[in-house]
Design a protein around this ligand. Structure first.
Ligand SMILES: [Zn+2]
Ligand SMILES: [Zn+2]
Length: 353
């Protein structure tokens, strides 16, 4: 059974304001995203704790919750009262929708600022060629706008919470009657939020946001190429008005290899072959990422010929199999020859003309 807001904070229904504050501080610290990077469950918990505190720390909202909210967190219509749905609660401190019905009789979402998804952030990570083949864990530092660590993004001084805007009673809009028409516009006091912050958080000055340098540990799969884009969902900039966070996109920059040239999942390697071996055939050692292999050079191989060594190339990003190694024959012409070699070559020269 889903828990009540009291359960979320781990306090009794009759808990004092002080007990609620203490419980909130402890849980908020424990589940804060900064202390639990990448932990979805902690993030979810943090939001629930924030939501519970937003309601229970405000005497009026708490009264409303006690009256209309049921223990499972979803509202049951009170006797003759409005239908309050806590299941639809938006944790961002956006209380107008729920409490507007109680305190302001507001309908619809007019005047409410739109939830805006946070921006995607792109950053690069440098990898050695070897790491690009075997996979790696990279620490990626990135500077981001995130929810303020002091107030958890509410913009209100810790221990306080945004309150229902007295100008519009939480409706987020003000209407002015002009004869037959009523002109509605976003409430200037709360800018359509329905709530105002009376004691702004000292750290973020009420914005609920701060610039922060974060370091994410990114798992790099074996086989990434130069320019591979890795998307980390929800690790970008924080959203606005309850919108979701953007993504972090990590672009891999892979150093060139002294040995291999990458072509798709294949690796090209230059293989020196002596003139007699190229002419008569033989075996040469070819380096591959998994260790050197012996390659048969067919008789009559010309300079530049590509010989395929199956399954010895880069791992495929899909995790299924490898590309190939392509050995390019490079015929070595001797720069200096001894007496014996000279005689043999002269004989050959005479033979072929
Ligand atoms: Zn703050
Ligand atoms: Zn207002």
């Amino acid at each position: 059974m889903p828990e009540s807001l009291y359960d979320t904070l781990g306090v009794k229904k009759g808990a004092s304001a002080d007990e609620i504050k203490k419980a909130y501080r402890k849980l908020a610290r424990q589940h804060h995203p900064d202390a639990n990077q990448g932990d979805k469950a902690a993030e979810e918990r943090f939001k629930q704790v924030q939501t519970a505190y937003d309601v229970l720390s405000d005497p009026e909202k708490r009264k409303a919750y006690d009256r209309f909210g049921s223990t499972n967190g979803r509202g049951a219509p009170g006797p003759g009262g409005p239908n309050v749905d806590f299941g639809d609660f938006d944790w961002s401190g956006d209380l107008g929708d729920i409490f507007g019905g109680i305190f302001g009789g507001r309908g619809g979402r007019r005047g409410r600022p739109q939830a805006v998804r946070g921006a995607d952030v792109e950053t690069e990570v440098r990898l050695s060629f070897e790491d690009s083949l075997r996979g790696a864990e990279a620490k990626v530092p990135v500077e981001l706008t995130v929810a303020c660590s002091e107030c958890g993004g509410t913009g209100a001084q810790p221990g306080t919470a945004p309150v229902i805007c007295p100008e519009c009673n939480g409706r987020g809009i003000t209407s002015e009657s002009q004869g037959l028409f009523a002109l509605s516009q976003p409430c200037p006091r709360c800018r359509g939020n329905g709530t105002v912050i009376e004691q702004p958080c000292a750290k973020c000055k009420g914005s609920g946001r701060e610039r922060r340098r974060r370091t994410y540990t990114v798992k790099i799969k074996p086989g990434v190429k130069d320019g591979t884009r890795i998307r980390l969902k929800g690790k970008g900039e924080v959203g606005q008005n309850g919108g979701p966070s953007g993504d972090l996109i990590v672009v891999t920059r892979v150093e060139a290899s002294a040995t291999y040239e990458r072509r798709g999942d294949d690796l090209i390697v230059q293989v020196p072959v002596s003139f007699p071996t190229a002419a008569l055939g033989g075996k040469v050692e070819v380096p591959t990422p998994g260790g050197a292999v012996s390659l048969k050079i067919p008789a009559g191989s010309e300079d530049g010929k590509l010989l395929r060594i199956k399954g010895r190339g880069a791992p495929k990003l899909s995790g299924k199999g490898h590309g190939d190694v392509l050995a390019r024959v490079r015929i070595q012409v001797p720069k200096r020859v001894n007496k014996k070699e000279r005689e043999l070559l002269e004989e050959l020269q005479k033979a072929v003309g």
